[in-house]
Design a protein around this ligand. Structure first.
Ligand code: ADP
Ligand code: ASP
Ligand code: MG
Length: 426
């Protein structure tokens, strides 16, 4: 017997027919004698629809009221799944974010999980009741509904798994695991059977949207065993633990797996892209100590996340250009803030470009392989793709390129690092 948290994403619960299939998978787990909690997303497209309603009602919407609107999508699917399970003769009940409660820090629209009071949930699970929980939702210190940022149901599931000390947290989605890159872009992407928390964290943070970044850091912190697998299986499918998904494991476990299978770690594990960044260039900034601090301090204080930064070589007359990226959603705010301080900062002009994409290659193997960045630059140059900015970490290299070249760049790099699946037909 195991205690399992199962999470189903939007496509998996898009309509009553799909919810019935989900109920079948859940029932199979419970029938195996396991204690089960299920976390569900809103139906595919529903959260986007609700976000648009908020924008139409008030472009400068209050995040607290936005949360009231967007949290409703998950409420519908959790109620529908509980009803479907009951119709199949299972004991099931829903627990909304405020009922559990999932306590969050109050930043509306982007709340962080503080704690989850699990004793009641554990009691109910131990009594053989299937708990159905809307993902994405929490409750603030003030008792108001919060939501955890787009993709936040993954984080809800991992947080609940940590709170009930689950043996496993299974994330069911519309692909059957984590791939070397988005399989919708590269048909030859390969499924990765095991990936370490560190690599998954880095991949998620640079755009692999299969898991929300926070869900991975929470899993790493609480040592939750997370598995990514497909809900698109036939009725009566075997229980999840016999399905070949991707398991997210600790670095120690990863080392053991590699040793046992006598495999060498590749330099690059996966490639991700992110079209949500924007590039900002400040021209003719005074080339003197303190100038960049004066630019980035107010941005930091305003909570604007600056990612890639380049300070160009100084021109004559003690001036230089400073280039950096911010999330597209923050661009208008960043621009207004800098324009406001134009005189004090002493720059000449702000040039912005939202038609950029960040392409990142990620892998623990980079620590022991050299030439990873050089391979990237060469592969891109061979296809005439211009690199506008670069940033690196110990296990990642990212470049900023023209958005129109995203798909081409991802494909070219996938081949360059030897990640393409072999041709079955060959
Ligand atoms: P859900 O609604 O189940 O939460 P998401 O749409 O958030 O699903 O995430 C699944 C999607 O993530 C896949 O359909 C796929 O296009 C995309 N994706 C991006 N990068 C990867 C990757 N490396 N491996 C698998 N899927 C990926
Ligand atoms: N429904 C929310 C979203 O679309 C949360 C989630 O599905 O994870 O972002
Ligand atoms: Mg998701």
């Amino acid at each position: 017997m195991a205690r399992i948290v199962m999470k189903f994403g939007g496509t998996s619960v898009a309509g009553t027919e799909r919810i019935r299939r989900v109920a079948n998978i859940v029932r199979a787990q419970a029938a195996g004698g396991n204690e089960v909690a299920v976390v569900v997303s809103a139906m595919a497209g529903e959260t986007d629809r609700l976000v648009n309603f908020c924008r139409e009602a008030n472009p400068l919407y209050d995040p607290a009221e936005y949360d009231v609107v967007v949290a409703s999508g998950e409420q519908v699917t959790s109620g529908l799944l509980a009803l479907t399970l009951q119709a199949m003769g299972c004991k099931a009940r829903s627990w909304l974010g405020w009922q559990l409660p999932v306590k969050t820090f109050s930043a509306h629209a982007n709340a962080r999980v503080d704690e989850i009071d699990a004793p009641r949930l554990r009691e109910s699970m131990a009594a053989g009741e299937i708990a159905v929980i809307p993902g994405f939702q929490g409750v603030s210190e003030e008792g108001r509904i919060t939501t955890m940022g787009r993709g936040g149901s993954d984080t809800s599931a991992v947080a609940i798994a940590a709170a009930v000390d689950a043996d496993r947290c299974d994330i069911y989605t519309d692909v059957d695991g984590v791939y070397t890159t988005d399989p919708r872009i590269v048909a030859r992407a390969r499924k990765i059977p095991y990936v370490s928390y560190e690599e998954m964290l880095e991949l998620a943070s640079v755009g692999a949207k299969v898991l929300q970044t926070r869900s991975v850091s929470l899993a790493m912190k609480h040592n939750v065993r997370v598995q990514v697998l497909s809900s698109f299986v036939d009725d009566g499918a075997p229980p999840a633990d016999t399905l070949p998904g991707t398991m997210i494991v600790s670095e120690d476990e990863m080392q053991k797996i590699l040793e046992e299978s006598n495999m060498e770690r590749q330099s690059v594990t996966g490639i991700a892209h992110d079209k949500n960044e924007a590039r900002v260039v400040l021209t003719r900034v005074p080339d003197k100590p303190g100038a960049v601090a004066d630019i980035f301090t107010p941005l930091g204080e305003a909570g604007i996340n600056v990612d890639m930064i380049i300070q160009n070589v100084g021109r004559d007359k003690g001036e230089t250009d400073v280039t950096f990226t911010v999330p597209q959603a923050e661009l208008a705010r960043a621009q207004a803030l800098l324009e406001d301080k134009k005189e004090a900062l002493g720059f000449n002009r702000i040039i912005t470009d939202s038609k950029v994409a960040k392409i990142s290659v990620v892998g623990m193997g980079m620590k022991s392989h050299t030439g990873v960045a050089a391979t990237m630059f060469k592969a891109l140059a061979d296809r005439g793709i211009n690199v506008q900015a670069i940033s690196t970490s110990e296990i990642k290299v990212s470049v900023l390129i023209d958005e129109d070249e995203t798909e081409l760049a991802v494909r070219v790099l996938h081949t360059a690092y030897g990640l393409d699946a072999k041709d079955d037909a060959a």
